[in-house]
Write a protein that binds this ligand. Structure first.
Ligand code: SF4
Length: 210
């Protein structure tokens, strides 16, 4: 399985190139905190709207979690309005400031105890903000795994299957490349004819590919 996953990685890399995630929006401030804030804001929200909200924060001079924490909730609701569930997200980010404020690398279990932080958000924070090796599993990943391997897997098994090594470049890029694949080819209705993975994909080989 490891060799197969590595082959997928190189094929996706050849097709799409380096994705260089996590995308930076602010011109200054704390990039680590920008990733944490972006990871929460992107829940249930298109990335384009997250960018608008991040720029609103930057214009208001809020470019780290400490500055975010001291703002009145009402102002933050206004600035984050382009996203959804803003009240819950403000609460989550203020709690995250308490957990992350000590400066020590966070533990996954501690992040998962924060209100509004699920496994995907926790893993984004660990990997992209703190450089702690983990694999981020999202809806694109679940859909692709089910089609490519031809069976359902739980998130834990997906994480184990795709965590073929602890190299940060691989972990960051593989997650981003699978998302790109999911946007371009492996969509709700897959466009398999041009997909670089069709030769090895169970879904395509079963004759159900689009
Ligand atoms: S061949 Fe089709 S189903 Fe398989 S990964 Fe590519 S787009 Fe998805």
């Amino acid at each position: 399985m490891r060799a197969e996953v590595e082959r997928v990685f190189f094929k996706l890399l050849c097709r799409f190139g380096l994705q260089r995630w996590w995308p930076k929006v602010w011109r200054g401030g704390s990039f680590r905190d920008e990733v944490v804030i972006g990871a929460v804001l992107t829940q249930g929200t298109r990335w384009e709207n997250v960018v608008i909200a991040l720029k609103n924060l930057e214009r208001a001079g809020i470019t780290d979690l400490k500055a975010f924490f001291v703002q009145p909730d009402g102002l933050l609701y206004e600035l984050l309005r382009p996203t959804v569930y803003v009240r819950r997200k403000v609460k989550t980010l203020k709690e995250l400031h308490r957990v992350l404020g000590g400066g020590l690398p966070p533990r996954r279990e501690s992040l998962l105890k924060v209100y509004g932080v699920g496994e995907e958000t926790a893993d984004v924070i660990l990997l992209y903000a703190y450089g702690i090796p983990t694999f981020v599993v999202d809806n694109y990943t679940r859909r692709w795994v089910k089609r490519f391997f031809g069976r359902d897997m739980g998130d834990g098994e997906i994480r184990e299957t795709l965590f073929v090594n602890d190299d940060l470049l691989y972990l960051k890029e593989m997650h981003a490349l699978i998302d790109e694949l999911g946007k371009v080819y492996c969509r709700g209705k897959p466009n398999c004819s041009r997909c670089p993975l069709k030769g090895e994909c169970a879904h395509f080989r079963s004759g159900s590919g689009g």
